[in-house]
Design a protein around this ligand. Sequence first.
Ligand code: SF4
Length: 129
Amino acid sequence: MLKLSKTSKLGTKSWSLQALETCPGSKLTNGQLVAACSGCYATTGMYHFGPVKAVRADNKKDWQRDGWVADMVKALSKDTHFRWFDSGDMYALELAEKMLAMGHPEAARKNMNIAKFILSEMMTSKEPA
Ligand code: SF4
């Protein structure tokens, strides 16, 4: 089942995963955290609470089912702003493809007025050669 949370700062809905566990871009090849992820807010405080972790664990399974894209589009149909990943990251190519599918014209017609925000370490995380 789709589980959206609400971001405290932006006040928008968000869909999140567990930090670090779904953040392959958070670590260098030597295992050290990249600068942007050291001291990650999503590894402290309320992010340790069982219910918060449970939502993220459920979401990690849930996105893999058929109908997830349609449910996401429907859930956001009245929103003007949305934030991907209050915690966690786009750890799987198949997940990225589903996120992209939400921008397909047929789906996008239902999300005409929404601005989606994403902060990801997946594109900037490679160590310099
Ligand atoms: S990508 Fe974001 S959520 Fe993941 S470890 Fe880095 S700062 Fe935390």
